[in-house]
Structure formats: C-alpha cells, structure tokens
Write a protein that binds this ligand. Structure first.
Ligand code: PLP
Length: 321
C-alpha cells in the first residue's frame, strides 16, 4: 500500500508550539481570545487545512499547495467580509516562519484561521473587527487511506445560499460534524453527503470521485461542494496518466454501481472507498486507478517525484527535488 506516513491522529489535543497570531510569532499559550468573540459565538470565521510533509532524505519539510490554499483562504474571507492584512506571499512567509520556529521534522497539519474577532453581540459582518492566526500540529493520516466503509448521510450538505459551500467557513463544519459523527457512531468510516436536490455533493470533509468504465467522474463546483485543492491535483495527475475525467452531477445510485470510489482532500489525502451502504464498491477492494493515483500522490507530496515539485514549498530551503 502506498503510505502517507505515521503521526498523531487529528484527535490529539494541541497545547504547545509557536503560533502566528496578531502579526507575531508567539507561544501557543499566548494566543487566546475572549469568550465573547464573535466567531466563537456565531461561526463567523474561515480557515484552511494545509499539509506539510517531511522528507528525511532531503531533510526538508514541504508545504503542499500552500499558495492555492491561501488563494482560497482569501476568497473565503472576501465572502465573509473578513479583512486579511496579508497577501498570499505574506501568508506563505509567516507560515514558513512559524513552521521553522517549531523546528518540525515530521508531517504537520497547518491551520490558518481568519475570523470576526471582536467581543460583540451584533450579528452582522460589516464593522466587526477581524483577527488572524496560523497554527500547526504534527499529524499523520486523518482516516485510513484504503478500505473505507462509507454511508450516505441523512444530513444534507449545506447549500450555497444557506452557508456558502465554496467558502471554508468555520460555522459550516457543524454540518460536516453532524454527518461524520452519525456515520462513525454507526460504525462507518465516512459520510457521503447529498445536496438538497438529492444528488451527490461530497464527503463530510473531502471531495469524491467515482470511476465508471475507466472514466473519472466528480461533481461540479456548482454542486454545493468545497472547491478542493486536491480535486484539482487529481485532475492534473489524471491528465498525466491518460485517464479521462469529467465534472458532472452524480446520482446516489451511481455510488452503488461505480467500479471505484475514492475521496480526496488535504486531510483524507487520497483514500479508496470499498463499501457504501453495505454494498461493495466494484470488486470490494481498492481499484487500479485509485491505487495508481494514490501512489503518484504520496510520492509527489513528499517531494519524491520531480514532475510535481512545483506543488511544494520547502520550509528550510535546503534543496531537494
Ligand atoms: C467539506 C470539504 N470538502 C472538500 C475538502 C477537500 O479540499 P482540499 O482538497 O482543498 O483539502 C475539504 C477539506 O479538506 C472539506 O472540508
């Protein structure tokens, strides 16, 4: 099996390290907010999830698709009318500085967070003071990367004119948490969410691809999905590998007849789904296209594949691919 690497799980509590908060690097213990913070009360924030992979041979920590994540971060902030006082270059600069200050030599997950920071009751967006922080924590796999058992959730994916689905809004993750919690309490690994029209949107915290007759299919950006960075990466790898792909609506029952199904996202990476609603996907084991793309992905993110070196930003600048 292609392996992403080991490390703490996403459930580990974070209580140490150096973080970037209010324009400075600070100890974790000094990055605190008031109980009356607008975003804490109303979910008026936006965030990113970025991974950085450690390559022991290169002695280098590679930030994966950092610029693309920060471009989406700024788009989310624009939708929520949050002023972020840095451009993509500035955000990348502080991210590298924060990671270097922590001297990480392992895989980490990076969490930029921009939010309505005022201690204020009024429910609105304009005229509410904004705050910005970036922290990180060591993290291994978010879910297993093969053999996932999924179920279609009874929770419907947020619609774009209810809570903007293409923005990575903090409050919107109540929707993902409800769906994921139900699924995992029922013994599944993941929840697949339908949109209000009953068609497939995505999984609780990742985008979804199916494979039918050798063609990769994923839902379009107008299907109430988060416009995933990894989703674009899959398109690029598919092109290089000569797989055709299409963005079109996916019916629920296509999940049951697909040859292969996989999830992709910064957290889940590229993970094969082998059972949905008690039906085996294809032959019930991870299919050849998923396996091929997964292998390519794990090599690329760790800086082992020169073809994809432009996906990566080194933190320590010691070279590598
Ligand atoms: C709801 C949701 N969909 C999709 C994704 C995948 O996005 P990305 O590939 O940019 O990480 C994520 C985050 O990982 C997510 O939270």
């Amino acid at each position: 099996m292609a392996n992403s690497g080991s490390g703490p799980t996403a459930r580990q509590e974070i209580d140490q390290g150096v973080v970037f908060f209010r324009d400075q690097l600070r100890p974790f213990s000094e990055a605190n907010v008031s109980i009356a913070t607008h975003a804490l009360n109303y979910g008026t924030g936006c965030f990113e999830g970025i991974r950085a992979y450690w390559n022991a041979d290169h002695e280098e920590l590679y930030i994966l698709k950092g610029r693309e994540h920060y471009e989406r971060f700024l788009r989310s902030a624009r939708i929520l009318k949050i002023q972020v006082p840095y451009d993509v270059d500035g955000l990348m600069h502080w991210t590298r500085a924060m990671l270097a200050a922590n001297e990480y030599r392992q895989d980490v997950y990076i969490r930029p967070l921009a939010f309505k920071g005022a201690a204020m009751i009024k429910v609105t967006l304009s005229g509410v003071r904004d705050d910005l922080g970036i922290f990180a924590a060591p993290m291994g796999d978010y879910v297993r990367t093969e053999g996932l058992r999924a179920t279609v959730s009874s929770w419907v994916r947020i619609a774009d004119n209810i809570i903007p689905s293409r923005a990575k809004v903090t409050g919107a993750y109540i929707n993902a948490a409800l769906a994921n919690d139900d699924a995992t309490q029922d013994g599944y690994d993941e929840a697949i969410m339908l949109s209000q029209d009953g068609q497939v949107a995505e999984a609780s915290s990742s985008n979804l691809f199916i494979v039918r007759q050798g063609e990769l299919i994923t839902t379009p950006v107008t299907s109430d999905i988060l416009e995933g960075i990894t989703r674009n990466v899959v398109f690029q790898m598919a092109k290089h590998r000569g797989y055709s792909y299409i963005e079109r609506p996916i019916d629920r029952t296509e999940l049951y007849v697909a040859d292969e199904v996989f999830l992709c996202g910064t957290g889940v990476q590229l993970a094969g789904v082998t059972e949905i609603d008690h039906r085996p996907v294809g032959t019930g084991v991870m299919g050849p296209i998923t396996k091929d793309l997964q292998q390519l992905y794990f090599g690329a993110v760790r800086g082992q594949d020169p073809t994809y070196k432009d996906w990566l930003t080194p933190v320590y600048g010691k070279g590598g691919t």
